[in-house]
Design a protein around this ligand. Structure first.
Ligand code: HEM
Length: 333
């Protein structure tokens, strides 16, 4: 056996044990495939699915692009709780949507519309979890991000529990050790965590998520010393001490509507909005990735797609697990 064959055998063995394989995407890039998912899952059962969903998402965002960041955020909030099974989409008195950690989620209507469009052409075939994965990629494209191949084949879950959301979702007050541990529990590396945090290049946040950094920060500092003073003044204007929590502030202070690598540049300028963002610059385990992603826009957008495939493969339900929901807001009866 030659060295190449040996390498392939080792990769195959690793894939069998980790549930993932590495392959090319025909564009000269190497992508990891995840166990139970594939890009061609609907090839025979609903070949139009991807195009129909994309058209529905693009049409909606053409009318109003405001929900695009919200759709992207749904992927994290779905996958970290019960795996990527559409559990975040379910309505109900104690469902994940009702958790404090999910209080500002957005974009559900876009998923409803995309699901309705695909149900029209292939009823009962495409899961809500897969509709979400396609819609997330398409929202990123709409915001100026790069294309990635979406893997599909997920089934929808039937459980959605607010307590699980509080337990597993990361907090904007986390330090780097908590962030690394939180992502590691879901099988994601520190580098993937830094890359995925780059999603904060778009969208906005409410005052309560960062106001602790602006007033009476700790015994030594009134304001978090890692915030640029001019930026801190701006944030204080937006969120006075008696703030109105309906106020939203852009996550990326410089290019808030563009899906670019500028998020990492703002961290270098001490203009990260959350403690959890800014901390990435000041920790040896993450600062190298921040600096390297800040330098190259192309590197970020390419790596973001790869990291999104890993995020969207967390604890997926495939085969006979779960169901194909008819409506994303309720389980089938
Ligand atoms: C690293 C840990 C993370 C923490 C602590 C975190 C926390 C937050 C918080 C607190 C908000 C603001 C919510 C609000 O007040 O409206 C937010 C917004 C957002 N997050 Fe994250 N997030 C993290 C990672 C991610 C990841 C991995 C993604 C996607 C891949 C993501 C995508 C977004 C987007 C797009 C928004 C803006 C949403 C909108 O404007 O509707 N975040 N995040």
């Amino acid at each position: 056996m030659g060295p190449l064959q040996l390498r392939c055998l080792v990769l195959l063995v690793i894939a069998v044990f980790t549930g993932s394989v590495v392959h090319g995407d025909g564009l000269g890039r190497t992508l990891t495939s995840y166990s139970g998912l594939s890009e061609s899952y609907y090839q025979y059962t609903c070949p139009q699915a991807e195009a129909v969903i994309q058209k529905a998402v693009f049409d909606e965002l053409d009318k109003d692009d405001e929900p695009a960041p919200g759709v992207l955020r749904l992927q994290l909030h779905d996958c970290f709780v019960e795996g990527c099974d559409g559990s975040v989409l379910l309505d109900g008195p104690y469902s994940e949507k009702t958790a404090d950690a999910n209080s500002a989620l957005d974009g559900f209507e876009i998923i409803d519309i995309a699901k309705a469009a695909v149900e029209k052409v292939c009823p009962g075939v495409v899961s809500c979890a897969d509709v979400l994965a396609y819609a997330v990629r398409d929202s990123v494209l709409k915001m100026g991000g790069e294309y990635w191949e979406v893997e599909v084949g997920r089934k929808d879950g039937i459980r959605s529990d607010a307590a699980q959301a509080e337990l597993y979702l990361p907090s904007p007050h986390f330090g780097v050790t908590q962030l690394i541990d939180n992502f590691a529990k879901k099988g994601l590396s520190a580098e993937q965590m830094v890359i995925l945090s780059g999603a904060h290049t778009v969208g906005s946040a409410h005052c309560d998520k960062f106001v602790n950094r602006l007033y009476n920060y700790n015994e030594e500092y009134y304001t978090d010393p890692t915030i640029d003073p001019v930026y801190a003044d701006y944030l204080r204007q937006q969120c006075p001490q008696t703030y109105d929590n309906s106020t939203e502030v852009d996550n990326d202070a410089v290019t808030p509507e563009l899906f670019d690598s500028n998020y990492y540049v703002t961290l270098q300028q001490n203009k990260g909005l959350f403690s959890s963002d800014q901390a990435l610059l000041y920790d040896d385990r993450t600062s190298h990735a921040v600096k390297s992603l800040a330098k190259e826009h192309g590197k970020f957008t390419k790596k973001f797609g790869e990291a999104m495939r890993a995020l969207a493969a967390i604890e997926v339900k495939t085969g006979n697990e779960g169901e194909i929901r008819k409506c994303c807001r309720e389980v089938n009866h």
